[in-house]
Design a protein around this ligand. Structure first.
Ligand code: HAM
Length: 439
């Protein structure tokens, strides 16, 4: 008995891990909406869904994201499993998709080029949680392999813009930059080191380390003093090779052709190291979300497929931060944040109504309608209140007389119109009534 008492005393309450969230049913409606729109739109653009593991060999991320990026050096959820393998929860989707592309030989002759995929799911980064920044967050992303065409860059940016437009978002800006090819970056790297060296003592510890290893990373520093120094740094756009310059020009011409507004941000480098040539971010100008303003980011990466053992194949993609997207939708009161209504709420009154109500909601759901009922024997008034709260289009009432007559009384909640429906002709009657309601 004492033992039991100790267990009771020791009863603990648990909280979800820092930087994670429970997504409750009333919230998942908006999640499902943004996912459904993505599935539909991306498939219109010829993308198929890919699902890769939520953890991978640590090297998959270390190699691709770059060993001077914050994502690898500070934010990785990595551990040794029981078989002593070094694995990590995925911090982003691109690396796993590239690994799968190579492992499944998706570059082979049986597959169309460009090979286009999209994905959605949780990602994990050990970041300091704050508004719009979580340790488990979700991305909806796309990747396309096997084409160097600037038209593909523009189509991918257009698809992202189109996605946000379909969801009803306003106040977005597209920022673009080019990181050039290897030749461009080689030339720029030296110029940047020459510029930063005289400021060495004023740079943050991180930037001092990165100066030699990967000076471009210094441009992405969050440190205020670093940012001041970097503001006057030479621009990579002045160091583009001939090929990269031509690509960059063409991307701008084609964005103009599609009338996509953009700004050029020559200091943008992005947080992951695998990019070259076109990179872009889509941000909101809404001030209340300024801390988490970037809702999508992406760009070209040419070396990754080879790095993973595949043939020389260019890639390009982007990922949307779903939590940030939903926060923005909610703050702008856009369509996706709204809960859909219920088709039928069944008010059941009296002792004998429980089983008929069970049967009726079951029949309604089988006919493809969204239906719910009262399970608590509550008064007619409280049941109608619930129907209103759930935004039911119709209320069906089942009382003693309806049950005796095999009917149900149907009320259109918008017009107030009421009529008796025969239960043995439920499907036909409802098809007639709901069609009339559509007009
Ligand atoms: P990223 O910029 O690291 O790119 O992440 C893309 C988006 O994910 C960000 O713009 C942001 O909205 C969201 N995000 C990132 N970290 C967090 C966080 N801790 N909490 C909440 N949201 C976050 C990538 O991940 C690349 N894989 C995108 C890509 C695909 N590039 C080419 N293909």
């Amino acid at each position: 008995m004492r033992f039991y008492a100790e267990i009771v005393m020791a009863k603990k309450t648990f909280q979800r891990p820092k930087g994670t969230a429970d997504i409750l049913p009333e919230q998942s409606v908006a999640w499902q909406k943004v996912e459904a729109v993505a599935r539909q739109l991306f498939s219109n653009y010829g993308f198929g869904e890919i699902r890769t593991p939520m953890f991978e060999n640590f090297e998959v991320f270390a190699r691709s994201a770059g060993d001077t990026s914050d994502v690898v050096t500070k934010e990785m959820y990595d551990f040794y499993d029981k078989g002593d393998r070094h694995v990590a929860l995925r911090p982003e989707g691109t690396a796993g998709v590239v690994r799968a592309y190579v492992e499944n030989k998706l570059y082979g002759p049986d597959h169309e080029k460009p090979y286009k995929v999209f994905y959605m799911g949780p990602m994990f980064r050990y970041e300091r949680p704050q508004a719009g920044r979580f340790r488990q967050f979700h991305q909806i992303g796309v990747e396309a392999f096997g084409s160097k065409s600037p038209a593909l860059d523009v189509e991918i940016i257009a698809m992202a813009v189109n996605y946000f437009k379909t969801l009803g978002l306003k106040n977005l800006t597209v920022a673009i930059n080019s990181l050039g090819d290897q030749e461009s970056r080689q030339a720029y790297r030296q110029a940047l080191i020459d510029y930063l060296k005289p400021h060495f003592d004023d740079l943050s510890q991180d930037s001092q380390t990165r100066l030699e290893q990967n000076p471009l990373r210094v441009l992405d520093s969050k440190d205020k003093k670093d940012q001041e120094i970097v503001a006057d740094a030479p621009s990579i756009l002045d160091f583009l090779s001939e090929a990269s310059q031509a690509h960059w020009q063409r991307v701008q011409e084609l964005l103009d052709l599609l009338e996509i507004n953009y700004t050029i941000d020559s200091n943008m480098v992005r947080g992951l190291d695998y990019y070259n040539d076109t990179i872009f971010e889509i941000m909101t100008t809404d001030e209340n979300l300024s801390g988490a303003a970037t809702i999508a980011g992406g760009g070209r990466y040419s070396g990754l497929v080879e790095e993973f053992g595949g043939p020389d194949t260019p890639g390009i993609g982007f990922a949307v931060g779903v939590e940030r997207l939903l926060a923005l939708l909610a703050s702008q009161n856009a369509e996706a944040a709204k809960e859909p209504q219920l088709d039928f709420y069944v008010v059941n009154l009296g002792e004998g109504s429980d089983a008929p109500a069970l049967k009726l909601v079951q029949d309604l759901r089988q006919l493809g309608y969204r239906a719910n009922r009262d399970y608590l024997d509550r008064s007619a008034k409280s049941q109608f209140k619930t129907a209103n709260r759930l935004e039911a289009a119709y209320v069906m009432t089942l009382g003693d007389s309806e049950i005796a007559n095999h009917t149900v009384s149907l009320k259109n909640m918008e017009s107030g119109e009421q009529e008796e429906i025969k239960l043995d002709q439920l499907a036909e009657e409802l098809a007639r009534v709901t069609k009339k309601g559509d007009k």
